[in-house]
Design a protein around this ligand. Structure first.
Ligand code: HEM
Length: 398
């Protein structure tokens, strides 16, 4: 990718973060005051999470992985894929905000417009998968590449889950167990599989540690556990006992694999990477505890689940993307990265009062106000990162 295309992609992705984050802020304001600017609270949440996935993490990952895979500006394909990714994400956003998953009357027809727009996004991701297959050919085998191979496989499997969801209705299947299971195959394979493994791959690519048996073991544990962990996101009542047990065990395997990766990377990481790695270690600890303690179930503990999701997505994935961009192109971020980390840490801490980790006697409605007041911090920090972005490559991709 050329320097100019990278900067456009990075600024665009941060712009999507600002819009999606502001939508999350609106949700928090809605919870604290009841004011939602006329939108349905559930639709606000869908618009927030989908734009974060489609408009922030996806194009940022495409641009960063592309910089490592083809450092010479030899291909125009990737900037086109990234451009299409933004277009599809921005199309889906207002539709999720206005209608959510609900079908909309259009003349004679009733169409789930947001779902159609989301499917368009998936077609664009296949463009990246094709680019990846081509770009990795002939490159020396490295642990980063092994992680990316696994990550891209989970991206493709996630989309199969989504297509399966679309087929349920034509096949007359109206069982909430199937719809919830396939929804979580999609969401969790994208987040736990594609996002986490891909950002971990970036960490290995940027930090270039010596790799060996432990790193391979860490990857095998994650790949072995990930396929069943989607069930942890489903309401406990919908999950049969055997799958409950398998999902917990799978979560513990993934958490252990992530912990090994954190330990392996910690020694070669500087402060910029240690913050994302610390968030990853917290997420992995949660995964191992929930996996091994019978009777604990994420989806039935809403506050804990929201904290866990944001530890992974805002904590590790978002700060990891910022670390990779800052390390590769220091002028992309500068001191802004540290401010972004701080803002993310504060917002994550503001979610603690909604979890059982917070002493029961200290709970109160004030927690909703505090979370609402603090929630704009990462949005402001990301906006500052856009302003501070300057052209210039500071580190040659290895
Ligand atoms: C600016 C930082 C962020 C803020 C203020 C924020 C805010 C929120 C809020 C208020 C909710 C709803 C919580 C609830 O149901 O009680 C939420 C849910 C969610 N957020 Fe975020 N968030 C942020 C960053 C992110 C990022 C970076 C991602 C992904 C890359 C993300 C993905 C999600 C997901 C997947 C959900 C759950 C959606 C669902 O259950 O339907 N968020 N967020």
């Amino acid at each position: 990718m050329t320097d100019r295309s990278f900067l456009l992609a990075w600024r665009g992705a941060l712009g999507a973060f600002v819009l999606a984050g502001s939508t999350g802020v609106l949700y928090r304001i809605g919870l604290a005051t009841g004011w939602t600017a006329g939108f349905d609270l559930v639709n606000i949440r869908h618009a927030h999470s989908h734009l974060m996935y489609f408009g922030w993490v996806m194009p940022a990952l495409f641009a960063l992985m592309g910089t490592y895979l083809s450092p010479a500006p030899s291909t125009r394909r990737l900037p086109r894929v990234i451009g299409a990714c933004f277009a599809a994400a921005l199309l889906a956003y207002p539709l999720f905000l206005a209608f959510g998953y609900r079908p909309v009357d259009l003349g004679e027809a009733r169409l789930p417009l947001a779902v159609i727009a989301a499917s368009l996004n998936m077609l664009v991701w296949y463009g990246f998968v094709l680019y990846y297959r081509r770009a990795r050919r002939g490159r020396p085998r490295s642990h980063a590449l092994h992680l990316w191979d696994a990550a891209v496989t989970f991206l493709v499997l996630a989309t199969l889950g989504a297509w399966g969801l679309a087929l349920l209705q034509p096949f007359g299947i109206d069982d909430p167990r199937w719809t919830t299971a396939l929804t979580h195959v999609f969401l969790d394979y994208v987040s736990e599989g594609w996002f986490v493994l891909a950002v971990l791959g970036l960490a290995y690519a940027v930090l270039a540690p010596r790799t060996g048996w432990w790193d391979r073991t860490s990857l095998y544990l994650m790949v072995a556990g990930l396929p069943v962990t989607f069930a942890l996101g489903m309401p406990g009542s919908l999950v049969p006992a055997t799958l409950r047990w398998l999902a917990g065990f799978g979560g513990a395997l993934v958490g252990t694999g992530l912990w090994i990766a954190v330990v392996r990377l910690w020694g070669v990481a500087d402060g910029r990477w240690r913050v994302p790695l610390a968030f990853l270690a917290l997420k992995a600890t949660g995964q191992v505890i929930v996996g091994l303690l019978p009777g604990l179930w994420w989806a039935d503990l809403h506050g804990l689940r929201v904290l866990y999701l944001h530890l992974m997505l805002l904590g590790f994935v978002s700060t990891g993307l910022a670390a990779a961009a800052a390390m590769l192109r220091r002028r992309v971020a500068g001191r802004g990265t540290a401010v972004f980390y701080l803002a993310v840490g504060v917002v994550l801490a503001s979610l603690l009062p909604f979890t059982p980790l917070w002493p029961a006697g200290w709970r109160g409605p004030w927690a909703f106000d505090v979370a609402a007041w603090l929630s704009p911090l990462p949005v402001l920090a990301a906006a500052w990162l856009i302003v501070r972005t300057r052209p210039g490559l500071d580190q040659e991709p290895r």
